[in-house]
Design a protein around this ligand. Structure first.
Ligand SMILES: [Zn+2]
Length: 383
């Protein structure tokens, strides 16, 4: 199958973050087997999801992992002009959910298996395909750890093929999602001094978070990012039942996106200290007053690859010429780096086309992605 045929097939599997990817991952494994590569699956406890990894080439140190996620974001509520799961070509663009983010890169990898096998590689190329990336990079650490455990040789580099328009991306913000729940006391709205309004207390906390971000935006700057500081954003607030009833319940959902030099734990500690102080202050009026904050998923670390890193040199050697950049979205590269891989993000397509209706990838971008890997084969091989 050629590059576009593989992508067409991958897009036809509507595997959303959080859902089973078994049919898709089995198809990939079977396809690779037909091509002469034995891929390995690592199932989760439900056996409904699996990671895929393989090595092509010799078991020697210094190889490179090509990594991408198999899941996509939902299409519900989006106004698509074409069937999102039927890859449709129009004016040099291929439309379909995941065409850009990031089945296009997976197709680039898979399309070159025959050339990898023919090339008599002196250093190995690994594939590492994850799931549940779109719901918080849930398997990034797992797949990096699995590679370290399964392969006795030292793997040097990881290229995560998220859409960057083929620009070498050496920085990524870290991210964590939280839910804060506030328990107050209910009563007639005139009893404002006797009861504790969960809505008012939530507002106070939200205001604290915004002030914290403003503080960080002065004290801690990284110009590579837009915005150039850690951002804190509350995306959803729920609470209260009527104008004249003091609310006993309110909750809000928020995220923190950290630049590499900021410490998420430290930020959270100061927030928790403020919450504890507020609980203490209100304990006289209402002993049951409580604030609880939970992580909606484990934090995803930032990526901060140096400009003199080996992986950037490798990308230069395989034809990636654009200026290095940083992105404000989360990807699995920070997790690969945390597990010892010299990591970078570089892949076909634009993040502007990701996650929206009529997602597409330009065929030209896809060809660039394929060419980068073809150059890698050339550098690692003897041809
Ligand atoms: Zn992605």
């Amino acid at each position: 199958m050629d590059l576009i045929s593989i992508l067409r097939k991958l897009v036809s599997f509507d595997v959303f973050g959080g859902e089973s990817n078994i049919q898709l991952v089995h198809w990939i494994k079977d396809y690779m087997k037909e091509q002469g590569v034995e891929a390995h699956l690592l199932y989760d406890s439900s056996k409904e999801k699996a990671l895929l990894h393989c090595r092509i080439g010799p078991a020697v140190d210094g190889g490179v992992v090509l990594s991408g996620h198999m899941d996509v974001v939902p299409v519900e509520g989006q106004d698509w002009d074409t069937d999102p799961f039927v890859l449709t070509e129009k004016n040099g663009k291929l439309y379909g959910r995941g065409s850009c983010d990031m089945k296009g890169f997976l197709a680039c990898c898979m399309s070159l298996i025959p050339e990898m096998l023919q090339a008599d590689l002196k250093k190995p190329i690994y594939f590492a395909f994850s799931y549940d990336e779109e719901i918080g990079c849930r398997t990034g650490d797992l797949i990096a750890q699995t590679l370290n455990e399964v392969y006795p040789e030292q793997i040097a580099y990881a290229i995560i093929g998220e859409p960057t328009l083929m620009l070498p991306t050496i920085g990524q913000k870290g991210i964590c999602f939280y839910k804060t729940e506030v328990n107050g006391s209910q009563g007639h709205s005139s009893r404002i001094l006797q009861e504790v309004s969960a809505v008012h207390e939530s507002m106070r906390l939200i205001n604290w978070l915004e002030q914290k971000m403003l503080q960080l935006s002065v004290s801690s700057i990284d110009e590579r990012f837009e915005p150039p500081h850690t951002s804190i954003h509350v995306g959803k607030v729920q609470g209260g039942i009527a104008t004249n009833i003091i609310a006993d319940q309110c909750s809000f959902d928020w995220d923190v996106r950290t630049i590499p030099s900021d410490d998420l734990v430290q930020i959270m500690d100061t927030f928790k200290q403020y919450c504890a102080k507020r609980m203490e202050e209100l304990s006289n009026r209402f002993p049951e007053f409580h604030i609880r904050t939970v992580e909606a998923h484990p934090p995803v670390p930032a990526l901060d690859t140096r400009t003199d890193s080996g992986v950037l040199k490798l990308l230069r050697a395989i034809g990636i010429n654009g200026e290095e950049q940083a992105v404000s979205y989360a990807a699995e590269a920070g997790q690969f780096a945390r597990n010892g891989f010299d990591s970078i993000i570089c892949g076909p397509g634009s993040i502007e086309q990701a996650h929206r209706a009529n997602e597409f990838i330009e065929i030209e971008q896809l060809n660039h992605g394929q060419q980068m890997i073809r150059n890698l084969i050339y550098v690692f091989g003897d041809s």
